[in-house]
Design a protein around this ligand. Structure first.
Ligand code: FES
Ligand code: FE2
Length: 400
């Protein structure tokens, strides 16, 4: 299952038709929620967003029917709790993020510490025999990998985060992501199934069409006019692709040249005069013409390593045909005004590129809803799409 070496694209997963009949219905999404999302480790944020004691954020996880508070405690540990008062189930955190000494419910003022313990009940004598120690917040399993915070709402997760990721992923990215800091974030709600959204970001076949005006010539070459995926690999339910490009067709504009110069090559095309050092699982063949690696941590956390920076995405299902998208850009923290300009350039450039990706999604979804076709056709560059649906169908127990 886990081949450490690169595979040829279609040798193991095949080619051709993929059934679409079941994958996008409300009924199927209910199964996904129960059998996948409520059992998986989901990436909800970053340790760097919670540097201080009392820093917290609230994550709405509709696919798990809950809202989760992630908070750094007085012992510096990061914990997660269901955002649910033990008294009569009101929420206890009301803003997306902040810093606090504790959480107080706005219904009857029960108060909780940063460690989730119930610490105060107004007129406690009205609750004779009630044990405060037994009525803290319900904790959610929470752990980190390479600075990314994951939660698992299963009260007894079948695997630790490390076991869930597997040793090849757990150890294979050491030090790459943590050298960067978040410099930009985009979110949007789109009328498309979360898988339709994810599928649009795991192949380079669309570049010469969707990104014809913005980024196509970074990815294409004379040998591969529609892009090339050099390595496709599966690690348990997780997947990676490695995209190569000689960038021979790309002539950087003067602005891009300046940005590359002042940011140490942190542009989409990168600086090919410099070798980008990568840990074992990024650019696994250590090719000189490497452009980008995409890691999908099942079911839908996308980590994309590029030439000296990275982007991440989450596709949070809101229903069977609506998704909340989160896109984040990470670069080296700018040290001077020139690097600030480089960051700003990339923020705007990447925003424009990914907005192009969004344009087709609701058309695809409305046609899937109409069911005028009962399959899609997947080619060799879309092997990651095929792999994802097969894995999902295995876990859900139906679909393919
Ligand atoms: S519901 Fe929270 S204090 Fe009553
Ligand atoms: Fe794209």
């Amino acid at each position: 299952m886990n081949a450490p070496e690169s595979r040829s694209l279609t040798a193991e997963r095949g080619n051709g038709l993929m059934p679409t009949k079941d994958f996008y219905t409300a009924e199927y999404h209910q199964l996904e929620k129960e059998r996948v999302f409520k059992k998986s480790w989901l990436r909800v944020g970053n340790e760097e967003l919670l540097p201080n004691v009392g820093d917290y954020f609230v994550k709405e996880i509709e696919s798990c029917d809950t809202s989760v508070i992630v908070v750094r405690g007085r012992d510096k540990r990061i914990r997660a709790f269901h955002n649910n008062c033990s008294h009569r189930n009101n929420r206890i955190a009301y803003v997306p993020e902040g810093n606090t000494n504790g959480f107080k419910c706005r219904f009857h003022s029960w108060a909780y510490g940063l460690d989730g313990k119930l610490i105060a009940i107004p007129d406690e004598h009205l609750f004779p025999g009630l044990s405060k120690a037994d009525n803290g917040l319900a904790e959610v399993a929470c752990d980190s990998w390479e600075g990314f915070i994951f939660v698992n709402v299963d009260p007894k997760p079948a695997k630790t985060l490390r076991e869930y990721l597997g040793e090849e992923i757990y150890n294979g990215y050491s030090g790459f992501f943590t050298q960067f800091t978040r410099v930009g974030k985009l979110t949007s709600v789109v009328n498309a199934n979360w898988k339709v959204f994810l599928d649009a970001f795991v192949e380079s076949y669309h570049f010469s069409t969707v990104h014809a005006a913005s980024a196509s010539n970074v990815v294409t070459s004379r040998e591969f006019p529609n892009g090339n995926i050099d390595a496709f690999r599966e690690f348990g339910p997780h997947r990676t692709i490695s995209v190569t490009s000689s960038v021979e067709l790309h002539t950087p504009a003067l602005s891009e040249q300046l940005v590359g110069k002042f940011s140490g090559g942190q542009t989409l095309a990168g600086d090919r005069t410099k070798k980008v050092e990568t840990p074992p699982q990024i650019n696994p063949k250590k090719r000189a013409d490497w452009l980008s690696d995409i890691l999908i941590v099942f079911p839908m956390a996308n980590f994309q390593a590029l030439q000296g920076f990275f982007v991440s995405q989450n596709y949070w299902p809101l229903s069977h045909d609506r998704t909340r998208w989160e896109f984040e850009i990470y670069m080296r923290a700018p040290r001077n005004a020139a690097e600030e300009v480089a960051v700003e350039y990339n923020r705007n450039y990447l925003r424009d590129v990914v907005r192009e990706d969004l344009q087709n999604l609701n058309w695809v979804q409305s046609n899937l809803n109409a069911r005028t076709k009962d399959h899609q056709i997947l080619g060799e560059m879309e092997t990651m799409v095929r792999s994802a649906y097969k894995t999902l169908a295995e876990q859900v127990g139906s679909g393919w």
